[in-house]
Design a protein around this ligand. Structure first.
Ligand SMILES: Cc1cc2nc3c(=O)[nH]c(=O)nc-3n(C[C@H](O)[C@H](O)[C@H](O)COP(=O)(O)O)c2cc1C
Length: 420
């Protein structure tokens, strides 16, 4: 049975962690809960105990607890530690190596993977102190899920800081368990071991394209595709969380600009290419936009009128610029790591391998966008990563997890490059 130690911090989102317990138990996890002192103002040990069917731990200096199962055993007898909600205060204490209560003592004593689900007011999350702490914790190998952007519990407050939803946290727990080996976190990082520390992108420029393009037929009509921008935007946000300066060139989408990212809004493939060229140089280019292959040869300047006497107008199409190929051939301006996306409905991997070579990209992220997969516009994605050395089939994941994992891979690639 997989074991999770859930540390609940003192935030409004603590109530959601009770649902997280329920979701984990449904999936067969054994869950132990540690409540911080502040957390007990939001949820009671009684409720947490009833849901876990286990003792709930609250006090570092409880003699009975220490004799029976002390803080060292709590950290040892688990496969993973989750902190949800991870308050600004807990993140600060962890980044500073404090251990003055049960939660922080367990966290400092553990060699198990740790996943934090931050939840706080957007200003707390964006405060330079929290930015510094999160950056430090990422370097220390702490995994993060969320926070999401949206309305806060406080009226009139919106922005990044909402705790990830329980099911998003469950998905991250499963991902972290899958990629973590026992004893990975908390030891001296060794070169080449992907689990030991999170690579940083501080000082790097990451250029991402996202969304569809709209190719006008006339002033009111256009050709478009079903891309939602969710994957590209998640990649831009993940790169920003890793400390990169991020430029996102986005086609028309219905989702908000990611926090901490410079977003350039464009409509057509031509405009997207110009914006990408203007944003260079970049260390990493990730072209996730679903750029229209064709546009109308000459868009009408006035609305095309319906005329019952004549036939429907024929559309003469011309090819749009190929942004990936153009930038791959940009010589010194070419990003050091260039990643293209291949959306296919059949022979996905085969096409992606060909595309990598023919376009001059370093990696291709291939995904099956046939209607049955619900990838276009949906929240999940199953990708195949084609690199210079081979093929990786990733399990189905939330688009945010795909983004985190891709950015982690890209950051490590750059680190390796620097070490050579
Ligand atoms: C009503 C209320 C809601 C709070 N919500 C949050 C929150 O969502 N996130 C956060 O970081 N701190 C929040 N705080 C502040 C923390 O409770 C406070 O920093 C506390 O010391 C955290 O302790 P802990 O990190 O040991 O759980 C809140 C405080 C109050 C009174």
């Amino acid at each position: 049975m997989k074991r999770v130690l859930l540390i609940i911090g003192g935030g409004i989102a603590a109530y959601k962690s009770l649902d997280l317990v329920r979701r984990l138990r449904e999936r067969g996890y054994a869950v132990r809960v540690v409540l911080t002192q502040a957390a007990q103002s939001f949820v009671t040990p009684l409720t947490a105990g009833a849901l876990t069917n286990e003792r709930v731990f609250t006090d570092l200096f409880d003699l009975d607890d220490e004799r029976e199962i002390g803080h060292i055993r709590l950290s040892r007898e688990t496969d993973l530690i989750v902190i949800a909600p991870a308050t600004a205060d807990l993140l600060a204490k962890m980044a500073g190596g404090h251990a003055n209560d049960l939660a922080t003592a367990v966290l400092l004593a553990t060699d198990k993977p740790v996943l934090a689900a931050p939840a706080m007011n957007p200003r707390m999350w964006l405060h330079p102190a929290t930015r510094r702490n999160v950056d430090q914790l990422q370097r220390d190998g702490i995994h993060f899920v969320g926070p999401n952007s949206g309305e806060m519990a406080e009226r009139g407050e919106a922005g990044p800081g909402r705790m990830a939803e329980p099911l998003e946290i469950v998905a991250s727990i499963e991902r972290v368990m899958a990629i973590s080996q026992p004893g990975a976190h908390g030891q001296t990082p060794q070169k080449g071991d992907p689990n030991l520390h999170a690579a940083t992108l501080a000082g790097r420029h990451v250029l991402v394209t996202s969304g569809p393009t709209h190719e006008p037929l006339d002033p009111v009509r256009y050709i478009a595709n079903r891309s939602s921008g969710k994957q590209g935007h998640a990649i831009a946000a993940a790169a920003a969380r890793r400390g990169a300066r991020v430029t996102l060139v986005s086609g028309p989408v219905a989702i908000p600009d990611p926090e901490g990212v410079t977003t350039v809004h464009v409509e057509t493939a031509d405009e997207m290419l110009k914006a990408v060229e203007a944003a260079l140089p970049a260390d990493i280019g990730i072209f996730a936009a679903a750029v229209a292959d064709w546009r109308v040869a000459s868009a009408a300047t006035e609305k095309i009128k319906k005329d019952p006497r004549s036939r429907a107008p024929a559309l003469a199409l011309v090819e749009n610029p190929d942004i990936l190929r153009t930038i791959a051939g940009a010589g010194a301006a070419r990003p050091g790591l260039l990643i293209g996306f291949a959306a296919e409905t059949q022979n996905v991997v085969e096409h992606a391998k060909k595309k990598r070579k023919s376009k001059g990209a370093d990696w291709i992220v291939a995904n099956d966008v046939s209607p049955a997969t619900d990838v276009m516009g949906g929240d999940r994605n199953t990708i195949h990563l084609v690199t210079e050395t081979g093929l990786e089939d990733w399990p189905q994941m939330d688009k945010h997890e795909v983004a985190d994992r891709l950015i982690e891979r890209a950051a490590r690639h750059l680190e390796k490059f620097r070490e050579l």
